[in-house]
Design a protein around this ligand. Structure first.
Ligand code: SRM
Ligand code: SF4
Length: 569
């Protein structure tokens, strides 16, 4: 499948032609990095750098000023570090902290897919930063781009043995689906001289890689913190006697839409069957290859697996998969999800080790006068001999703490005031916002910088109705690309224009139902006005254990979404 005709290539979008000509993701990246006349990469290299985990950005707030001064935009780079299953060691954390404070803007961003991001790296410092990340045994390859990304895995199951087994598979899927090109090592780590005549092998992807990004997660029931149904490919761990025996397989999830374009929509994945654990990698590989061969390369807004499946039907997909596998997926096994958020506070696992989930507002690790989060976490890392786990909800878990070390960690948690946020509303603890301004080039409205202030205004309303301890899932994004999975928020706020958001309601608490548009293009005051009577009614009329999203549907405020393609109709 790797070679396509010139005629076929012409029909494809520009990114496809860039991949085709790139010699397995090399392009002219070396020349771009060495060009002293600009802080930017050549246009085609900005596309290729994504496969290496690097996004060219510019500080959007400086644009006008720099234009007036006839300067090019203030180019800088976001670098995403892949952390399979979100687990890293204290030594790696300390190294990331040092890199953030040496080459970046002094902060680390925990992402909604359990990875780490650095912002504000200048072109001249890129290579050194990437080399230092690799020296700490983490990397950035395939953190972005048209390939399988960081594989997620539920980080905090109380059943630790099952978690270890599931995590091992997340790691193996991650490794198995990593591109094989040696371009990354040549360009960033000087491991070999670049030889433009050499041909790499990409046995899974081929030279054009995938039509679009591809995302995989492993969930360990009863927790659906990874939002398994938002992923192109999902594996739900199935256990017998506390041990992993296999996975239920889900396909075709995704979040993004374009405002006003009904042919774009979020979609929840279909459950297509069960595979025994020893066949997991084969299943993952064949699903990726189906998307490689059938995904739409002529329209990037229609190129995700969710559209391939909706265009051809899930029965076609299952048939094609079984045909390629040479055996049939079994019928899905039973499982239940109870929650897609995080569980705060100390939890003990079945090996008698402790885990503490620290609330990190919107995943931003930085020092401020109000909270010395970065310094505090650095001191914890120095004293910690377990692991760190990035949660899929942008929080940080101090993992595998022994009975002996627990008092030390606890006293640091107190010293650096990590317990304080826990006294805030359950809604705040369950809220997520994407990065948005000033770095994200696609943001239409604020998100990370605005959510805390918005919650300051919403919390008094929650208190008024006695809802401060009610875990309501709120997700905010600066545009409809869906980076904080807003269409799975019981309350979803999606940026439309500066200060204006679409308000979505009615998603399921376990990540099993999408929300739906309730009010369009409204400002803060209008959002609060829309939510206040609903919250009051919820407080008065909810049934025992009923979640806000379910209530909004039951009370008739919103029609439940049953299929993604109906989302915008
Ligand atoms: Fe995302 C693009 C940030 C999770 C859907 N996302 C971007 C970019 C790179 C903007 C760009 O293309 O120029 C953002 C960088 C902002 C910045 O300054 O850092 C960005 N996405 C993020 C992160 C950091 C948000 C966060 O607050 O944590 C998340 C990084 C995850 C990771 O570690 O890999 C992040 N992005 C997601 C998710 C959530 C998920 O995967 O569970 C989604 C929705 C799920 C999905 O993919 O369907 C998501 N991001 C997108 C899209 C829409 C893709 C599509 O199908 O159309 C874009 C735009 C694009 O690809 O063209 C995008
Ligand atoms: Fe940027 Fe939009 Fe993603 Fe937010 S949702 S980080 S604004 S692309």
């Amino acid at each position: 499948m790797t070679d396509v005709s010139a005629e076929e290539l012409n029909k494809r979008v520009e990114v496809e032609r860039i991949k085709d000509a790139s010699n397995y993701l090399r392009g002219t990246l070396v020349e771009s990095l060495n060009d002293p006349l600009t802080g930017a990469l050549a246009d085609s290299d900005t596309q290729l750098s994504k496969f290496h985990g690097i996004y060219q950005q510019d500080d959007r707030e400086l644009r006008d000023e720099r234009r007036k001064q006839k300067l090019e935009p203030h180019y800088q780079f976001m670098v995403r570090v892949r952390v399979a299953g979100g687990i890293c060691t204290p030594a790696q954390w300390l190294e990331m902290d040092r890199i953030a404070n040496t080459w970046c803007n002094g902060s680390i961003r925990l992402t909604t897919r359990q990875a780490l991001q650095f912002h504000g790296i200048l072109k001249r410092d890129l290579k050194r930063s990437i080399a230092e990340i690799n020296a700490s045994l983490l990397d950035t390859i395939a953190a972005c781009g048209d390939v399988n990304r960081n594989v997620m895995c539920s980080p905090l199951p109380e059943q630790s043995r099952l978690h270890e087994e599931a995590y091992e598979y997340a790691r193996r899927i991650n490794d198995h689906l990593t591109p094989r090109t040696t371009a990354y090592h040549e360009i960033w780590l000087d491991e070999k001289l670049i030889d433009s005549s050499r041909q790499d092998e990409e046995p899974i992807y081929g030279k054009h890689y995938l039509p679009r990004k591809f995302k995989t997660a492993v969930a360990v029931p009863p927790t659906n913190d990874v939002d398994i149904f938002a992923n192109d490919l999902g594996f739900i761990a199935i256990a017998e006697n506390g041990h992993l025996v296999g996975f239920n397989v889900t396909v075709g999830g995704g979040m993004s839409l374009t405002h006003g374009e009904p042919n774009t929509y979020p979609r929840l994945a279909d459950l297509i069957g069960y595979c025994p654990k020893h066949k997991t990698l084969q299943v993952a590989e064949e699903i990726v290859k189906i998307q490689r061969d059938f995904g739409d390369r002529t329209n990037r807004k229609h190129a995700r697996l969710k559209y391939t499946i909706d265009d051809r039907g899930v029965d076609w997909f299952k048939f094609e998969l079984n045909r390629r596998l040479g055996w049939q997926l079994e019928a899905p096994r039973g499982y239940t999800f109870d929650y897609s958020g995080d569980r705060y506070g100390w939890i003990k696992d079945s090996n008698d080790l402790w885990y503490y989930t620290v609330f990190i507002q919107n995943g931003r690790i930085a020092d401020s006068d109000a909270a010395p989060i970065m310094t505090g976490m650095r001191e914890i890392a120095k004293a910690h001999d377990g692991d760190f786990r990035i949660s899929p909800n942008q929080n940080l878990i101090i993992g595998k703490v022994s009975d002996k070390n627990k008092p030390v960690i606890e006293s640091l948690l107190q010293q650096y005031r990590f317990h304080e946020p826990e006294r805030q509303s359950a809604l705040r603890l369950n809220a997520m916002a994407c990065v948005a301004l000033p770095t994200c080039g696609l943001a239409m409205a604020e998100s990370e910088r605005y959510l805390p202030a918005f919650l300051d205004k919403l919390e008094p309303i929650l208190h008024r109705y006695g809802l401060q301890n009610e875990p309501i899932l709120l997700r905010m994004t600066g545009c409809p690309n869906g980076c904080a999975r807003p269409f799975l928020g019981e309350i979803g706020l999606v940026g439309k224009a500066p200060g204006k958001y679409n308000l979505y309601l009615g998603a399921g608490f376990q990540g099993q139902r999408l929300n739906r548009l309730y009010r369009e293009n409204i400002n803060e005051e209008q959002i609060l006005d829309a939510l206040t009577p609903l919250l009051q009614q919820y407080a008065d009329e909810r049934k025992e254990g009923e979640h806000f999203g379910d209530f909004a549907v039951r009370a008739g405020h919103i029609e439940p979404v049953t299929a993604g393609r109906d989302f915008q109709r």
